[in-house]
Ligand binder design. Structure first.
Ligand code: ADQ
Length: 475
């Protein structure tokens, strides 16, 4: 069997509990087979002479059956590749936020340079039959750079964030280069059918791609296999966390603390894609139009700090401080505060107890690749008395989780009505909906996700490398 090589912007020790969807999922796929995990160390190396040639050698360490290989970045590369192109161009545009994008040409140059650097440093570590799995938007051109250096391995790519429709993608000055770069892979996977459709429409309209079959597209003299592989969670592992001593203690503490209240929960990174201000507005609407919730409903909103060196996040933080302060000021009583807003990281082991004690989860992003919190909330519930999920129709998870209450987070009143419906839903209906949801997240869990993707990659025919670095196939 081929060795698995995973490449992502950041790596993590797979033996330690991971925070963040990508780290959890990658750890899962690597631990089963062993292999190599390659990425940025998270460290910035300042060059002694102030130039940008700060990158050092690759640091290699072993963690169980996984080898971790990481490299440092220079300040200039970090600022242009990571803060600039990844977080100030690709993240906002792929989440449909053209208004927040900053198309500085230095960012694109840095992005290309770091992808070349990754390719150069990774190539000597590769064996001929390694399967290479590249993750996410920071590394779109990596396969093209590897091909240009003669790499003939099978390489797959998975996009964890949404793929926008063609006319939004076309706002990125380098959109042609980016989308063409995807054809240097053998397999490209998306979170949802909607994302796959957007990509197919883009290459059909902008690159005159031919659809050879439902999962094969031909363009730029290349045949690319594509598919929707919705990412899942390790349901049993999360349930075990819920049933552990810490999980149960947390549940009992929350249940006792809020025994007179109806608890609602939101858990997110503090990111403008997550629709946090809209959520607080909807909760305010609930208290205004359904007054029976006053002195009763309490929203615990955990928003972990994220990308604090990017300007848009600073504005969001101030906006949330002010909205939560205002709602507590306007509605709070001496013995009841409507919103408990926590701008800190919360240990993963505390989440299942919190989820289980909550009547309703609010997962209402404006746009989200998948959203694993929605799936974790379902896994943590007591099947005999489950809480209800209110889920944005704009989360990738909405394609799979139809038995949740789906909402449009831009529609404040509609969202408030759905929250009220969730709070007052009969036990029978909650049990039926939860059963269907739990079955689905079990069937399409993280093991299904990684094994289906890797099997499809393994099944791709090996091809010749063309002179321009892309591979020719017979189609
Ligand atoms: P993220 O945007 O990071 O991931 P998401 O899938 O919601 O989002 O969550 C990631 C993980 O982090 C979950 O396991 C969650 O429990 C944890 N987490 C989130 N906020 C937390 C907090 N405040 N404290 C503690 N833990 C927290 C990207 C895409 C998603 C996609 C994932 C995986 O943006 O759409 O689902 O990758 O592909």
């Amino acid at each position: 069997m081929s060795r698995l090589v995973v490449v992502s912007n950041r790596t993590a020790d797979p033996r330690k509990p991971a925070a963040g969807g990508l780290a959890v999922a990658v750890r899962e796929s690597l631990q089963q087979t062993g292999g190599l995990w390659f990425g940025w160390s998270g460290k910035i190396r300042e060059a002694a002479d102030g130039t940008q040639s700060g990158q050092g050698e690759v640091h290699v360490q072993t963690a169980g059956n996984v080898t971790l290989a990481t490299l440092d970045l220079s300040r200039e590369d970090h600022d242009t590749y990571y803060l600039g192109y990844s977080n100030d161009v690709l993240w906002p545009v792929f989440h449909y936020r053209l208004d927040l994008a900053n198309f500085d040409t230095r960012f694109a140059a840095g992005y290309r340079r770091v992808n070349q650097l990754f390719a150069q440093k990774l190539l000597p570590l590769l064996k001929p039959d390694d399967l290479i799995w590249v993750h996410d938007y920071q590394l779109i051109p990596l396969a093209a750079e590897l091909r240009a250096m003669g790499c003939t391995n099978r390489i797959g790519f998975f996009l964890h964030i949404p793929m926008p429709p063609p006319l939004i993608m076309a706002a990125i000055p380098e959109h042609e280069w980016l989308m063409r770069s995807l054809f240097a892979y053998d397999l490209v996977g998306f979170q949802s059918e909607a994302d796959l459709t957007h990509f197919s429409h883009y290459v059909e309209s902008e690159a005159h791609a031919q659809r050879l079959s439902p999962d094969r597209l031909r363009a730029f003299n290349r045949t690319l296999r594509v598919g929707a592989y919705p990412i899942g969670i390790d349901v049993d592992d999360f349930k075990r966390l819920a049933d552990s001593k810490e999980g149960r203690d947390m549940f009992i503490r929350m249940r006792d603390e809020y025994s007179r209240r109806r608890l609602l929960v939101g858990v997110d990174r503090l990111d403008y894609s997550k629709g946090l201000p809209q959520r607080v507005h909807a909760f305010r609407e609930l208290l205004t139009y359904y007054p029976e919730n006053r002195d009763s409903a309490t929203l615990i909103q955990i928003a972990s700090p994220s990308r604090e060196d990017v300007g848009a996040y600073d504005n969001l933080r101030r906006q949330m401080d002010s909205l939560c302060g205002a709602i507590n000021g306007d509605f709070g009583e001496l013995d009841w505060m409507p919103v408990r807003y926590i701008h800190r990281n919360v240990a993963r082991k505390r989440l299942p107890g919190l989820y289980r004690a909550s009547r309703v989860a609010l997962v209402t992003p404006l746009r989200d690749g998948m959203n694993l919190v929605a799936k974790e909330f379902i896994a943590a519930q007591d099947a005999a008395d489950p809480g209800m999920l209110v889920l944005s129709r704009f989360a990738g998870a909405a394609e799979q989780l139809k038995e949740a209450l789906l909402v449009n987070p831009y529609d404040t009143q509609g969202t408030a009505q759905a929250i009220q419906r969730a709070l007052t839903m009969s036990l029978d209906e909650r049990i039926n909906r939860h059963e269907a949801l739990l079955n689905r997240i079990r069937k399409f869990d993280v093991h299904w996700w990684s094994s289906t993707f890797l099997q499809a990659l393994e099944d791709c025919e090996p091809n010749e490398v063309a002179a321009d670095g892309t591979r020719q196939t017979s189609g």
